[in-house]
Design a protein around this ligand. Structure first.
Ligand SMILES: *[C@@H]1O[C@H](CO)[C@@H](O)[C@H](O)[C@H]1NC(C)=O
Ligand SMILES: *[C@@H]1O[C@H](CO)[C@@H](O)[C@H](O)[C@H]1NC(C)=O
Ligand SMILES: *[C@@H]1O[C@H](CO)[C@@H](O)[C@H](O)[C@H]1NC(C)=O
Ligand SMILES: *[C@@H]1O[C@H](CO)[C@@H](O)[C@H](O)[C@H]1NC(C)=O
Ligand SMILES: *[C@@H]1O[C@H](CO)[C@@H](O)[C@H](O)[C@H]1NC(C)=O
Ligand SMILES: *[C@@H]1O[C@H](CO)[C@@H](O)[C@H](O)[C@H]1NC(C)=O
Ligand SMILES: *[C@@H]1O[C@H](CO)[C@@H](O)[C@H](O)[C@H]1NC(C)=O
Length: 527
């Protein structure tokens, strides 16, 4: 299927480092016909569902209840120290909310009948407070919101639904000693066996991406301590110290000491390590505008600084808009696949606040990230890229001239952020261009990462075929890539879809688990 992209590259007349196999013309007709089968959103949505089921079956057969499938060797990731998903079945739990929105009843019940058996007090690996919160806690409270609400009919056993909340409480209670620090800023890397931690500083994203899940849990359980803990931690981000850690208003450094609550640097951007702090500021306002108006204000301050100070147009492609990273007030002309959620987040804020300038800026960022996909040999975007004209590698000068960026890490690990931003762009504009972009990205990812019993991360997006497999299927493939690929093509009126204006009824956590916004009938305040 990789040749399909060669065809597209040829059609677009794009310059590329790749050499073309001589048998191309023979294949074009056949694969061109295959591609034409998926012209309606319904057909495309069904293709995404088929992919979800194939990935699930591979995982369920060869890896469940371990964390991830190794699709090339039909193995599973093990409990080595680098594997920090804790052997609690990360892929199974992360797949739940996607199985729910797809209405895949059998898979839903395979997952929710497993969750009560997880022992969240036991693990031989270190536990990341952040990763555990966004994947396991986010997935379980999302599942609970769906199965107590609009998707109740998908659960075979009501006790399994109640267990989603009980296990969320169990997990949070096992994690909560992390917040027992001098400042209230938690440790991130926990060692459960002796209730210790690795002593390292925490980060902007890892501290600032707990608030939605823990506050929702407080509201669902009636135990307000969960909210108090994360609000205290977040207070150090909303009022950062020292002043030098905020080089532009609202834009912050990355490392924070749990001992003092002080920032340790002024390096940042909308990049990995910082990213979802900004993302959750506006999402908390959507979750509950009465409690989190100051979070909205912090988002606006950061967004205004981003537009004013970080907006960057590559010298070779001034038509493109990227957001630069920074070290103090010095800009670094670099970005990442991870950062490509930024377009979607600006669009979400623009729609929520009725502020067209944020939507327009977000759409420009979506265009830039689309270019990182459209220009590579696989039509998948790279993990890291730059546009600093003074350091273009010799063998990428023509690529940079044409594309407006050059590649500094060519891998792709089944990440969702570009698809995520297409989703928000489509929901805000109803412009089918974004549906088509999402479908093209899905076809490209399917063509290059499909292997063995599932899908694998690849080594080089700018080599036809992907340059080799790492033999690893990330859990967020289920949670995010396949959910956004599906939701953009289908179910326009479902209540969990993000809307075109006003306050949404659901808000997606950073792992794409939809959480019901605060409605006032929850148990908040009753402890
Ligand atoms: C666990 O995974 C690591 C990294 O992939 C590998 O080096 C090690 O051999 C594996 N151990 C077992 C027991 O499979
Ligand atoms: C940790 O979770 C397990 C179940 O997953 C539960 O039995 C245990 O009580 C929890 N620990 C705490 C401190 O709540
Ligand atoms: C509320 O949550 C905190 C933090 O995990 C826990 O220590 C406390 O026991 C919980 N309170 C109740 C009443 O369960
Ligand atoms: C806790 O256990 C870890 C891993 O076994 C060890 O490295 C660490 O020193 C222990 N910490 C304490 C405070 O006992
Ligand atoms: C460019 O050169 C670097 C360093 O020699 C090499 O690692 C990389 O694979 C080359 N890239 C291309 C597209 O040829
Ligand atoms: C890239 O563009 C610059 C400026 O237009 C030009 O001087 C240079 O020759 C071009 N390089 C390549 C490899 O196309
Ligand atoms: C996905 O990839 C498989 C295997 O290469 C192929 O058979 C299938 O047609 C592809 N699906 C789409 C929608 O491109």
């Amino acid at each position: 299927m990789a040749r399909l992209h060669l065809l597209a590259l040829i059609a677009a007349g794009l310059p590329s480092a790749l050499t073309l196999p001589s048998n191309i013309p023979v294949k074009i007709a056949v694969e061109g016909n295959q591609k034409r089968q998926y012209t309606t959103p319904e057909d495309r949505a069904q293709a995404v569902v088929d992919t979800f089921k194939l990935s699930w079956e591979g995982y369920y057969k060869y890896a469940f209840p371990n964390d991830e499938l190794k699709p090339v060797t039909n193995g599973f990731s093990n409990s080595s120290l680098t594997d920090v998903r804790n052997k609690w079945g990360a892929s199974a739990v992360d797949a739940l909310s996607t199985a729910l929105v797809m209405g895949e009843k059998e898979i839903v019940n395979q997952i929710i009948s497993y969750i009560p058996s997880i022992d969240f007090s036991q693990t031989s690996t270190s536990v990341s407070l952040f990763e555990t919160t966004i994947r396991y806690l986010g997935a379980m409270i999302s599942g609970y919101d769906f199965l107590k609400g609009p998707l109740a009919s998908l659960a075979d056993n009501k006790a399994d639904v109640d267990a989603l909340l009980t296990q969320s409480i169990n997990l949070a209670n096992n994690l909560s000693y992390a917040f027992d620090t001098a400042s209230g800023v938690p440790w991130n890397n926990l060692i459960f066996s002796n209730r210790s931690n690795d002593g390292s500083d925490n980060g902007l994203a890892t501290v600032g991406t707990l608030i939605l899940e823990w506050v929702r849990l407080a509201d669902l359980s009636g135990n307000s301590t969960y909210a108090t803990l994360v609000e205290k931690a977040e207070s150090y981000l909303l009022n950062p110290s020292p002043a030098s850690s905020e080089p532009f208003p609202g834009l912050l450094g990355m490392n924070i000491s749990p001992l003092t609550g002080e920032f340790q640097d002024a390096v940042g951007g909308w990049i990995g390590g910082a990213d979802s702090y900004y993302e959750y500021l506006i999402k908390m306002y959507i979750y509950d505008p009465s409690r989190y108006a100051t979070y909205r204000d912090a988002w606006i301050t950061a967004a205004e600084s981003t537009i004013q100070y970080l907006t960057s147009h590559p010298t070779s492609r001034p038509d493109l808009t990227f957001v630069a990273a920074f070290d103090g007030t010095t800009l670094r002309l670099r970005s990442q696949h991870l950062a490509c959620f930024d377009g979607g987040n600006f669009i979400l804020a623009g729609q929520t606040l009725g502020a067209q300038q944020y939507t327009a800026y977000g759409l420009a960022l979506v265009d830039g990230c689309h270019e990182t996909y459209a220009r590579t040999a696989t039509r998948i975007g790279p993990e890291q890229f730059r546009w600093d004209p003074s350091s273009v590698p010799d063998n990428q000068t023509s690529f940079y001239n044409a594309s407006g960026f050059y590649i500094t890490d060519p891998s792709y690990s089944l990440r969702p952020e570009v698809m995520e931003s297409y989703y928000y762009a489509y929901r805000a504009t109803s412009d089918t261009k974004y549906r088509d972009w999402a479908w093209e990205a899905f076809v490209a990812v399917n063509a290059t990462t499909r292997v063995g019993s599932g899908y694998s991360s690849i080594k080089d997006v700018n080599v036809v075929g992907g340059g080799g497999f790492t033999d690893f299927q990330e859990s967020f493939w289920f949670a995010e890539v396949l959910k956004y690929s599906y939701l953009i093509q289908t179910g326009e009126d479902e209540e969990w879809q993000v809307g075109g204006g006003g306050r949404d009824g659901w808000v997606f956590n950073t792992e794409a688990h939809p959480v019901k916004v605060f409605g006032g009938s929850e148990k908040r305040g009753i402890v």
